[in-house]
Structure formats: C-alpha cells, structure tokens
Design a protein around this ligand. Structure first.
Ligand code: PMP
Length: 446
C-alpha cells in the first residue's frame, strides 16, 4: 500500500491526485490543475459540478431533516421524487424503490423478481438469464448476472449460477450477410434456446443493459432486438429487467433509454444520473402488478437497507431532475450529442487504431484496435486503456477507460459521458485533448 494514503483506493499502488473543487464541467486538483470531466466520473455527473440549484436544494433539506429511517417514516421529498419519476416513467410503472446506488438497485430488482414469483405461486422459477460483456454491479448478485469475466473470475465460487447469452455487439458479431434486424433476431433466437434449455417455467427474468456501458464501450442495440426480447419474455411469463444505471436518466437523449426501443420493462434500475453525483442514490421502478403481488401477498418486500430513501439524497435527485426538465436538457443532450458524434467521426473516424465509434446522446464509446481491417485488439498486456487514461489526465481530461477480460473478449475502449451542460467549445476541447492523448500513447507503443 502506498504509505502516502490511508484510504483503501482501488488501485493500491498509486495515489490519485487530490480533488479539491468542482465547477461546471471541470474538476480541480490541489495543484490548481483543471480536468474536463468528459466521462462524468462514470457517467454520473450529468449536471456537472457545483450546480447552484442542486446545492441549494440539498442545503434546504439538511436544515429541515437529513435522515429518517423508512421503517418509521416516509418524507415529503421522497414522495415528491417518486411522483416525479412515476409521472415520467414507462407505462404501468407505479412505484419507486429508493436505494443508494447502482449495485443496490440491481440486487433489489433481482430479489423483487424472485419474491414476485414466490408471491404468485411460481416458486419453481429460479433462474436468471443475462448477457456476456455486461456489467450490473459489484455486489454478489449483481456480479453474478454481470458478464464481465475479468470482474467475475476470482469470485466465481461465490456467485449464483446464471445463464449468459450474447450481448448485442454489432461491430464484432453481426455477420456480413445479415441486416441489423436479422442479427437482432438471431440474438433473440439464442435467448429463446436458452429459455427452452432451462425450461420456460423455471426462468424468473432476463436482465440486460438497454445500452451497454462499462464493459465493452457503448453497446447500442440493433432495431427490433428488444422488441423481440420483450415478446419472448411475455410469451413465457418471464420478467424483463432493464438496467439503466449508466445509460438512463437522460444520458442517451431520452429520459429512459428503453423509450427509443419501444419497450417497457417490468423492472427498471437507475442510479448515476438520477442524483448526478451530488448524493449517492439509485432506484428501481416497478410495474404495478409486481408491487400489487407483494402488497396482496405477504405485504412486505423482504429486503432493505438502512439508507433507503435518504432525504438529502432524494432532495439532490429531485433538484437534478427538475433542472433537467426546466432547462430542456434532454433536447440539449440530443443536439450536443449529435455535435460530439460528428466531431469524433471527423477527427477519429479514419484513425488507424479506432475500430468503431458508437453511441447515443452524450454517451459514446470508442473501440481501439491494432488493425482496422482485421479488427484485432491490442495485446491486453499493453494495458492500452490504462495508458490512455493516464495520458488524458496529463492533458487535463477525464475519460473512462475499459479493458482486460480473462477471455480476451473485451479489448480496449474509451467511454465519453460528458455533462449535459457541456458547451460546443467544451466538447471541442474534449475531442482535441483525446486526440492528443491517443497520439501520445501510440507513439509510446510503436
Ligand atoms: N449497472 C450498470 C449498468 C452500471 O454501469 C453500474 C456501474 N458502472 C452498476 C450497475 C453498478 O452501480 P454502482 O457502481 O453504483 O454500484
């Protein structure tokens, strides 16, 4: 452990810079260096840093009431936030379960699915199906449904048995003679086979990120894929759990990413952009019939955490969501996202080591390859993604790097998720600094 720090940092050998201030799209370290937060941390800081309206709402809530345990009380602010989320939710979602982050939201959704089937007299449903190259969090249930082999490998003995099918990874997996729609149908057929193998009445839910995030760059679904998944789940009474912890709450240009797929899930997890990083908060949005089954059955969801619906976290999230609505930021995400995409394409579209640029709204992934023709990845031992992150930090740019699975099926990726308030000039600066960092890293590798 670095003797210079007593904080148990994830990277034990190094001490990261000391962050001392956040303002707009920038974070500042103790030496006064400014970093553009082009990844929003990990797709969190949708309103940037130091937003006065959010800070004011948090202060007001702290003055009034910071915390009341949910087994004794509800609070005005939690009720208001739930009203806000239900009024803008996909059809039929009637209730919101507040937690403290993304992994807790996924854990809660998995347990809701299980309890729902127990309540309705189908306890034989015991299996989850999820996707490879996915990420749903680091707690054991979330890690088990996740398909990031690098994160799972050493914990495998602790994980429940989950069946994984292929993600929607068009750049790598669509055959040259397939249309995107045909590719999507092939993936749905693979899911149908997995369901048949397990027994359709044994499966609880299919779990997927609507737009993949933290494993293989941004993975956007092909047209019709999720419609096919929804139909298949409906046919067998299987729940569809969409994890929008990263891609949700406006990141892709609509409040929920599933709106663009024309599907409504049974359970929807959100976090990150819900509170924009001002407070730790996540949520599960649930269909009425799931809540009803518990209300009329045991009358209790057999799960909970101490900080459920924390009042200051709810106040922060309510303020973030009100600012997004008041300032028309979803439209701005679509407009600025198109601008960012055009800049990335113009500057990196023909780069010899950029294989694919893909995304939606202000959620963009760049897949790095050694060779554009063969799409071969770089040798993982080069740790290209980590080098690029370091080079970007030296340029005053925060990007979210991804890489390194044990099965060699992940490659090196960069994720960009800048704040919704980023100006065109700030997006230009992000692209310029990224290009410089990439050039720097490639010089070192050749
Ligand atoms: N689900 C998805 C899709 C995520 O991207 C993440 C975090 N990257 C999580 C769940 C876990 O969230 P948290 O880190 O807040 O526990």
């Amino acid at each position: 452990m670095n003797p210079d720090t007593r904080v148990f940092h994830r990277q034990l050998a190094t001490r990261p810079p000391l962050a001392v201030k956040g303002q707009g799209v920038h974070l500042f370290d103790a030496e006064g260096r400014a970093y553009i937060d082009a990844s929003g941390g990990a797709a969190v800081s949708c309103l940037g840093h130091g937003h006065p309206d959010v800070l004011a709402a948090m202060h007001a809530q702290i003055d009034q009431l910071a915390y009341a345990h949910t087994s004794f009380f509800t609070t005005e602010v939690a009720e208001q936030l739930a009203d806000q989320l239900v009024s803008t939710a996909p059809a039929g979602m009637s209730h919101v379960y507040f937690v403290s982050g993304g992994s807790e939201a996924v854990e809660s959704a998995l347990k809701m699915a299980r309890q729902y089937f127990v309540e309705i007299g189908q306890p034989q449903r015991e299996h989850f199906i999820a996707r490879r190259q996915s990420y749903h969090g680091n707690t054991l249930g979330a890690l088990a449904v996740g398909g990031n082999e690098w994160r799972r490998a050493q914990f495998r003995p602790l994980l429940i048995d989950v069946t994984h099918v292929a993600p929607c990874y068009e750049y790598r997996d669509r055959h040259a003679d397939e249309t995107p729609e045909q590719y999507g149908q092939r993936l749905v057929a693979e899911l149908a086979e997995a369901i048949e193998r397990l027994g359709p009445d044994k499966v609880m839910a299919f779990v997927a990120e609507t737009v993949g995030g933290a494993t293989a760059g941004v993975l956007t679904p092909v047209p019709g894929y999720f419609k096919g998944v929804r139909e298949l789940c409906d046919r067998h009474g299987i729940l569809l759990i969409l994890d929008e912890v990263m891609c949700g709450m406006g990141r892709t240009g609509t409040l929920h990413a599933c709106e663009q797929e024309g599907v409504v899930p049974d359970l929807l997890t959100v976090a990150k952009g819900l509170g924009g990083g001002y407070q730790p908060i996540g949520a599960v949005l649930a269909q009425e019939r799931i809540v009803d089954a518990m209300r009329q059955g045991s009358g209790l969801f057999q799960h909970g955490h101490t900080y459920l619906g924390h009042a200051v976290a709810c106040a922060a999230a309510l303020a973030v969501q009100r600012v997004i609505q008041r300032d028309g930021l979803l439209a701005q995400v679509r407009e600025r996202g198109a601008y960012l995409a055009s800049r990335l394409q113009a500057v990196l579209g023909e780069h010899p080591h950029v294989g694919d640029i893909r995304g939606r709204g202000l959620f963009w992934g760049i897949e790095l390859v050694q060779d554009r023709a063969t799409r071969q990845w770089f040798d993982p031992s080069l740790k290209l993604h980590a080098r690029l992150k370091a080079a970007a930090m030296a340029e005053g740019l925060m990007i979210y790097p991804m890489g390194g699975t044990v099965d060699g099926r992940c490659g090196d990726h960069v994720l960009l998720a800048p704040p919704f308030i980023s100006s065109p000039e700030e997006l230009d600066a992000i692209v310029d600094r990224l290009v410089r960092a990439l050039a720097q890293v490639m010089k070192g590798i050749r």
